[in-house]
Design a protein around this ligand. Structure first.
Ligand code: SF4
Length: 506
């Protein structure tokens, strides 16, 4: 019984930007008696079904946007006589769909780290259950990944997770509902060991793949103290553990670069920003979402600020050498024609190094989706017989580009304006100007290459309406990916030791 773990993707680029961590975590969760799983990441290469034998196990992890491809793979694997197991955020929300469309034998909901071995034991005993509930495991139970199985020449950025869950409740995001609002944090030791293993292999860029790298804010602690709440010590401990982790990362080779995802509130916490700087956390995705107060209210993100204060906050990150990938959403009901230009202007003034501009999409598991589903129920709109509220099942080429009606702009107008914003932000003169953040030629070149690759992979393939443009973007991405990878990785350091742990904080 061979085990195949597949990360589905519609397009294969030969090189991946970020390692899909879950593949290597599930490999680690696979008991030795079942052998070493075969890992297939379709971002690199398409799945070859000739390798699947009757009785094999095929594990497919999906989120909403690759669910359709995952279902196609699941059906093919089932036709070849394999046991097909689905897991990931999407099957956690819609377990039945994987049976209906993906030929599933079983579905795992929640965290797969520990339940995976039960799935395999049951299959080998000939008694697979329909649904396995993985639940939300605690931080000290997160499994490390089997990095020894990862190809060393295929990815630019490796990934290690330090915390799951986010205490916020943004209306467009499902993380707080699927991963929970209570931060489940991993102790520093396990994280540092994985990071050292990756640096030994030559990876110097590592994504700390957390839902929110700043899970407890200074304000959270102050508020809890003021109301004599029961969680003061718990919150302080979480914060202290973050500092412990950052202090340990600071002891690693200085060519390392950590990237993460963080809320803007960290800008008001200079001690935290200083620790990030020492720890070489040099890049962070910050969900800015909207440049207007009304827009922030619309997405339940009024802990963010707008206008000049927003620029000041973002600059505080940059002043601490934390470069920002700002994430913006277009298509909010409060957006107007001038919002697009205002966003590009703000991105420039705030000194953002990278930015992504996405259109508002009601993803399952979010408040936005719930509201939208209710609103469209009456209309019973379908595409090829598939209800619009199951848009991820519609073939990609026929899928609407936008779903939510806007009071003043047509969907096409929003799409075109969004594409223009990508084009403006990533035009070559602007990229070259921004590359001045570093005076080393190699780093400047790296910045320019990745600034060319990023929109090809994320904007043109998603927003393009004609397939020719999508194909062109994919070709460009394939062409750019190889030189980009070379500037991201470095000489392996097999001799690197794990820095000793520090005395526990009090
Ligand atoms: S968008 Fe970010 S801050 Fe908001 S709930 Fe999701 S992970 Fe948390």
């Amino acid at each position: 019984m061979n085990i195949h773990l597949i990360n589905p993707n519609d397009t294969s680029f030969g090189i991946g930007i970020i390692v899909p961590r879950w593949l290597y975590v599930l490999a680690s969760a696979t008991p030795a008696r079942f052998g070493t799983p075969k890992i297939i990441d379709e971002t690199l290469d398409e799945m070859d079904f000739d390798t699947v034998e009757p009785g094999d196990v095929v594990g497919i992890g999906v989120h909403t946007l690759n669910a359709l491809r995952g279902y196609t793979l699941g059906r093919k694997a089932r036709e070849r006589g394999a046991h097909v197991i689905f897991g990931g955020s999407h099957p956690t929300l819609y377990p039945e769909e994987a049976f209906e469309h993906g030929g599933a034998t079983s579905v795992v909901t929640g965290d797969g780290d520990h339940v995976w071995s039960h799935v395999l034991e049951d299959i080998s005993a000939g008694k697979p259950q329909r649904i396995y509930v993985g639940g939300r495991i605690e931080g000290d139970q997160f499994l490390p990944a089997r990095w020894d199985l990862m190809p060393t020449d295929s990815y630019m950025i490796a990934s290690v997770q330090t915390v799951r869950g986010c205490p916020k409740h943004c209306s467009f995001c499902s993380v707080w509902r699927t991963d929970g609002q209570r931060p489940r944090q991993r102790m520093a030791d396990g994280v540092v060991q994985e990071v050292v293993e990756l640096r030994r292999m030559g990876f110097r860029f590592i994504l700390l793949a957390d839902d929110n790298f700043y899970p407890v804010t200074i304000k959270d602690i102050e508020l809890e103290e003021r109301r004599n709440g029961p969680r003061v010590q718990e919150l302080k401990d979480i914060r202290a553990e973050r500092f412990e982790l950052m202090d340990r990362l600071a002891e690693l080779p200085h060519d390392m670069v950590f990237l993460t995802q963080i809320t803007m509130e960290a800008a008001d916490d200079p001690e935290y920003l200083e620790a990030m700087k020492r720890a070489h956390v040099k890049g962070a995705l910050v969900g800015i979402e909207s440049v207007t107060e009304e827009g922030l209210k619309a997405v339940f993100k009024d802990f963010n600020v707008a206008g000049d204060e927003l620029i000041r906050q973002l600059r505080r990150f940059v002043e601490h050498d934390v470069h920002i990938l700002g994430s913006f959403i277009f298509g909010l009901s409060t957006d107007r024609e001038d919002t697009f230009d205002a966003t590009v202007e703000l991105a420039g003034k705030a000194g953002l190094d990278f930015a992504q501009f996405v259109t508002l999409t009601p993803f399952p598991g979010t408040i936005d989706f719930q509201k939208w589903e209710k609103e469209i129920e009456q209309a019973k709109e379908t595409v090829d017989g598939i209800p619009l509220n199951r848009f991820w099942l519609i073939p990609r080429s026929k899928r609407p580009k936008l779903y939510l009606p806007h009071p003043t702009m047509t969907p096409e107008e929003i799409r075109v304006r969004t594409q223009n914003v990508w084009n403006q932000f990533y035009d070559l003169p602007s990229v070259w100007k921004r590359s001045r953040v570093t005076n080393k030629l190699r780093d400047r070149l790296a910045y320019v290459l990745i600034s060319m690759l990023f929109p090809q992979m994320y904007a043109n393939t998603g927003l393009a309406t004609d397939s020719a443009r999508g194909d062109r973007a994919r070709k460009w991405a394939r062409w750019l990916a190889k030189p980009c990878r070379r500037v991201f990785t470095t000489r392996p350091m097999p001799e690197l030791q794990v820095p000793p742990s520090r005395p526990q904080f009090v």
